[in-house]
Design a protein around this ligand. Structure first.
Ligand code: FAD
Ligand code: NAD
Length: 474
């Protein structure tokens, strides 16, 4: 039996980053992946495909040019599912190639097959051709991710009643779509299809959506969706989904019936732990298949078995999964890690984009922190005029006591890139003066930081302490 310092199950962002980190520390590492190609949900059904689809939809529709040429403007008149898939396949090939090269040049061994525990140090791998192998591990990282939640009362058929994995395989673009669940996945796909001129209805049992995002940003976002005729049906539960006369029929608990060509069921995901034989090592997942870990080391209740990425729950991002994998691997091989910075960004690649870092206004109020906000609309920036933007806003929240930036929240073009300026100032504990005193490239959307900074500063008043004292205090 081959022995390894670290065996990683799953080659998504958490597994990949962990494997390379341990290999860089001269450890013998094996990655076991059951999928046909390495990369995980992130590369094959999640982050990369959905973002590629979004980019293709925006390019082919000419979405970004509509501010100038009107809502009917299109780069390509008839867009079909093949148009969307073409770019996807090329992008995925590049991603897999880069990943395989990273594994080979770092001497990370990679085995294709499905893994489960025999005991806490032995893993059985069943290869596609039926061959069974056993490998021994000093430490194990479970980076198995999640799969879509598919309740038995939804008649999934793979073509018109589908989950978020199957949406990448559709044969034609629907003229109408019902999205069940207004979580990040539901909202991203709902707005991408709306940009492709599909008539979209979103059904969500709660009265609100994206509750972890600043309310003012969600209000602006919601207004933009309704303005382009998306139907948002909130506070309503789905009673049944059926196929009647070739059409999908969604019946709500209140009796309302909504018909559409296609239904996307996006009501969350569950951890992919069922086939790991966790009983053999005395571990148990919760009812959504998530594993509990020490948030600092990513150790499970069995100290040499780690878990990272989506299988440990919130925030379930590719970006944070990578970092968790790296920290877990370092701990597993006895290399200390620095504490991660306090704030990480969250990017929602809807149309329009939303991105956020730090505290929301609601959280600031809840903590009783005296604060001021500053807002900039992209239409106030020269870059916004050049790009024909009539929407988009950036909001910053500052503490009145320390003048420090507490949160940055953006909706609109470039939000997921722009947020990193705010993130840097937040984690470096910068104040409103950073935005007032620094020069920003002109014309850029980043100038919105200057405008929002000045907006807040005008209401906060001058800094009471003299510049000299401030310098000394720093
Ligand atoms: C539609 C969608 C869009 C998303 N968009 C974004 C985004 O824009 N930005 C962002 O940051 N995040 C996004 N995410 C989330 C992101 O994809 C996940 O956070 C990330 O993929 C989690 O990584 P992971 O390492 O936990 O595992 P995953 O990427 O889930 O990979 C787990 C791997 O483990 C393998 N595996 C499971 N069980 C076994 C076993 N028993 N044996 C062997 N192999 C096994 C699976 O085959 C899979 O390849 C999105 C997710 C979805 C679904
Ligand atoms: N851009 C990104 O970073 C990005 C993109 C996509 C996904 N993700 C990650 O993937 C994870 C999963 O996303 P998700 O959208 O599947 O899950 P989610 O848990 O965020 O959202 C599920 C939504 O479905 C609703 N819902 C729950 N049960 C329902 C039911 N029975 N009927 C109708 N609606 C119901 C919930 O109220 C919620 O709004 C998220 O945690 C997210 O972090 C991230």
């Amino acid at each position: 039996m081959n022995m390894y310092d670290l065996v990683v199950i799953g080659s998504g962002p958490a597994g990949r980053r962990a494997a390379i980190q341990a290999a860089k520390l001269d450890k013998k590492v094996l990655v076991i992946e059951k999928g046909t190609r390495v990369g995980g949900v992130s590369v094959h059904t999640g982050t990369i495909p959905s973002k590629t689809l979004r980019e293709t939809a925006l390019n082919l529709t000419g979405w970004r040019e509509r501010g100038f040429y009107g809502r009917s403007y299109r780069v390509k008149q008839e867009i079909n599912a093949d148009d969307l898939r073409r770019r996807l396949l090329i992008t995925l090939d590049h991603e897999v190639e880069v990943l395989e090269h990273q594994f080979s040049r770092n001497r990370v061994h990679h085995l294709r097959g499905k893994a489960h525990f025999i005991d806490a140090h032995t893993i059985e791998v069943i290869k596609e051709d039926g061959e069974v192998l056993h490998v021994g591990a000093t430490a194990v990282l479970l980076a198995v991710g999640t799969r879509p939640f598919r309740p038995s009362h939804i008649p999934f058929d793979g073509s018109s009643i589908i989950d978020s994995d199957e949406i990448l395989e559709i044969k034609h673009l629907p003229r109408s779509l019902v999205v069940i669940g207004a979580g990040v996945i539901g909202i991203e796909y709902a707005t991408i299809f709306s940009a492709l001129d599909t008539a979209v209805t979103v059904i969500e049992p709660r009265d609100t959506m994206l509750d972890f995002i600043d309310k003012e940003i969600v209000e602006d976002f919601t207004y933009q969706l309704r303005d382009r005729n998306m139907k948002l049906v909130f506070g309503q539960t789905v009673e049944a989904v059926e196929k009647v006369d070739g059409k999908c029929r969604v019946t709500l608990k209140n009796g309302r019936v909504i018909s559409a060509e296609m239904v996307l069921y996006a009501a969350g995901r569950v951890g992919a732990v069922d086939s790991l034989n966790l009983q053999a090592i005395g571990l148990e997942a919760d009812n959504r298949g998530r594993l509990k870990v020490n948030p600092e080391t990513f150790q499970t209740a069995v100290p040499h078995i780690y878990a990272a990425g989506d299988v440990v729950g919130f925030p379930s991002l590719a970006s944070t999964s990578m970092e968790q994998g790296r920290i877990a691997a370092r701990h597993a091989v006895g290399a200390p890690s620095q504490d991660p910075p306090q704030y990480f960004p969250y990017g929602i690649y809807a149309v329009p984009e939303i991105s956020t870092c730090g505290l929301t206004e609601e959280e600031v109020i809840q903590r009783g922190i005296p604060y001021e906000t500053g807002i900039a609309h992209f239409r106030e920036t020269s870059r916004g005029h050049i790009m024909g933007l009539d929407s988009g806003m950036l909001k910053m929240i500052f503490s009145l006591k320390t003048r420090r930036l507490l949160g940055v929240h953006i909706v609109g073009e470039g939000a997921t890139e722009l947020v990193h300026i705010g993130q840097a100032v937040l984690n470096l504990k910068g104040t409103v003066e950073y935005f007032v005193e620094n020069t920003f490239n002109y014309p850029t959307l980043a100038e919105a930081y200057k405008i929002a900074g000045l907006d807040a500063w005008n209401r906060m008043g001058e800094l009471k302490v003299e510049k000299q004292e401030r310098k000394a205090a720093e």
